[in-house]
Design a protein around this ligand. Structure first.
Ligand code: CA
Ligand code: CA
Length: 230
């Protein structure tokens, strides 16, 4: 009987402790919009990352985009779902702001991973959009833990770097010259990074990878031994 009473007492203490963990411990949550490269006329998928000190029940997010150059593609669970186990509640352009996306996601499990990709935002980059960075700003963010207590939220903006270059113009100065070939050689020797359209511009034979043959092809083009780049 005494053992049972002690067991019951421990159980009550544990229940009381567990019940207050979620209510009293405020969670710190960071939401970060990713940075990606894109080209006019193409679709880009931008990750939205979450880091949290504990499980979250719901997240509400508003993201402003440049509607002159970007067209938001409505959320599809097949392609835009992140890896945190959240379900979409609502997603779409907000009623009052045609350049703001409103998103609500929820989770019913305290076992969901608190760190990873919340979701992807997909945009069609409109034809004729000039090169430059199109910012994606968080205009509102709110999150609640499993007890419904609001989390401390920090947000970081991201963006889409639109950077279309002609084939062979690796350095993006608008011309094809010997220095573009040098850029490829520097990249191959590990002394220079090439990202996004710089890398596709460097793939002069169009086989999908940047190799020494691309530098040779480029230098042949500059020397007018060949007339076109793929
Ligand atoms: Ca160039
Ligand atoms: Ca190549």
């Amino acid at each position: 009987m005494k053992k049972l009473m002690i067991f019951m007492l421990i159980l009550m203490l544990l229940c009381g402790f567990c019940g207050t963990v979620y209510a009293e411990n405020t969670i710190d949550t960071t939401i970060t919009i990713g940075n990606v490269y894109g080209e006019a006329g193409k679709v880009v998928s931008v990750p939205v990352y979450v880091q949290s000190t504990g499980p979250l029940m719901a997240i509400v997010l508003k993201v402003r985009f440049d509607e002159n150059s970007l067209e938001y593609i409505p959320y599809q669970s097949s392609s835009d779902k992140g890896n945190l186990g959240f379900s979409l509640v609502t997603s779409g352009i907000t009623l009052n702001d045609s350049d703001v996306i409103g998103i609500t996601l929820s989770s019913s499990s305290k076992d969901v991973n608190a760190n990873g990709v919340l979701l992807y935002l997909r945009f069609n980059i409109k034809e004729g959009t000039s090169n430059g960075i199109k910012a994606l700003e968080v205009t509102f963010a709110s999150a609640a833990n499993m007890a419904g207590t609001a989390a401390n939220i920090t947000t970081t903006a991201g963006g889409i770097t639109i950077d279309k270059r002609i084939k062979g113009d690796v350095d993006g100065d608008g011309k094809i010259g010997t220095f573009d070939g040098i850029c490829i050689l520097k990249y191959l020797s590990g002394t220079m990074t090439l990202e996004g359209s710089a890398q596709s511009a460097a793939d002069c034979d169009g086989n999908g990878t940047v190799e020494i043959t691309d530098a040779v092809t480029l230098l042949k083009y500059v020397a007018r031994i060949i007339n076109t780049l793929n």
